[in-house]
Design a protein. Sequence first.
Length: 548
Amino acid sequence: MSPYSAVRVLAKLTSPASAPILSHTYTSRPLSAAHLLPLYLDHPPPRPNLVYLPTTSPPTLVFSLTHGTLLFLLTTSSELEPLLALEFLHRTADAFEDFLGAPLTAARIEAAYDVAAQLLTEMCDAGLVATTEPNALRDVVEVEGLAAKLLGSISLPGKPPGALGIGSGGGSGHGAAALLQQNAAAVPWRRAGVRHTSNEMYADVVESLSVTLAPSGRPLAAFANGTIAFTAKVSGVPDILLTLTGPAGKHNLAGLVELPVFHPCVRLSRWKERPGELSFVPPDGRFILAGYEVDLMPAAGAGAGGWTGESLRLPANIEVKTGLGALGSEFEVRVNVNKMFAVSAAPAGPRGGGASGRPFGGPQAGTLGSPLLEDLKITVPLPPEVRNVPELRPSRGDAAYSPSDKTLEWSIPAKDVASGTSYFGLRCTVAGPPSDEEQEVDSDPTGFGFKEYTYDEPYQSAAAAPKADKASEAEGEDKEARRVAQNKMLMPTSAAVSFSVKGWLPSGIKVESILLDTKKSRGLGEGVKPYKGVKYLTISKGGVEIRC
């Protein structure tokens, strides 16, 4: 008996802060959507992905997933593996987006309730997870397309494509053969009878960079999380071998790649025997082939003490200097762009030289030979005591301060980065709470700064004047010292850099080859050589952070 046979699951799709738009019950009598949503929203944000409702009868576990503007809720009154429930919600959102279109909105779901109901029915049966692969769902979920609407119920003569004749040739025989072929699919994640006029295979390797730097610039932690997205538009049932290599070759790839995860189509035995080789029969279309993590820091005892930010070869290094100016109310952010990314491969000029100085016929921008740095942005969070930033002086680009979230953003256009300039600077002046003198002026309703004077004190003699000057000078120094101490509390404590780089990966992992095994593949056709392509992309959304 399956451990999930008695699980009570209720899948709900709702729009935040609105009434539920779709509900599907698998087993038992779970909470209604109208009753569940208020109980879930009673929890203060940020809400966890798992919420326990002990006041309901019976007590209920609520798993949640936010996808765009929609909220997916799944409930159960029995113990359930949390990762299973969350993965089911993710696959439900992906299936809806694949069938109904992206981005997934409430209007798209309301316009295709029949398709949504079929998806929810096929993906889970009586609380047991069933078919979740998009290619397998396309074989069992009926989607009325434009051709079906035009043809209606017209029956066309001829043999159905892909049908195998059984018996003496009755019409029912063709239908039974087609159903038999559909149910006998050896690869559950791939549709049967796939046909493409242009056979293509693409691999997109995307890595997200996460680096934390100390005030001295020494890295404290550096990780690259990679994803290999593969697009297979090949007829029949292809058998593909994708080979990865590292900076030092394939021999150390097993020690470089940590926490690998694979699509079910990947043969794990081949990866264990030969790390770096991914052998698989792909689903039709685009899918996530594998994911991994790479620790960019050296191993303990391998010279980590002298490891610096430059050793990571980041596209952009950042430096922050605080407490500048006479009163310490200024700070400066400096960005150093790596020379490898400071010049782009511009189109060649009429004399054989590119506008960027590269020779004629040089590497194309966005490839391994010429990485392209884009979307360079620096974000500086400021303390809540900062009242305003009256002066922003960037050397290049545009800088703006948002008083609502106390964040300073500085964007540098790609044309400035490609101009050959390596160093960029931003000088800022911050203003904190008003001083006592400013508060006194603000409290004066007339605005003339009238002050109450008393003459009860005795007149000062000429000999006492120098003492008064010294006292006022000491008082001024105390005020200046207090102002410097106050401005020190207004300085930023960190800064983050965001960017994207085409044609470069921080881990150094590359796709060495993509081969199609013609002996193991079926239905491809003789002499067909699919087109192959590989792209590399690094994304850092505030991932490179330096502490001040």
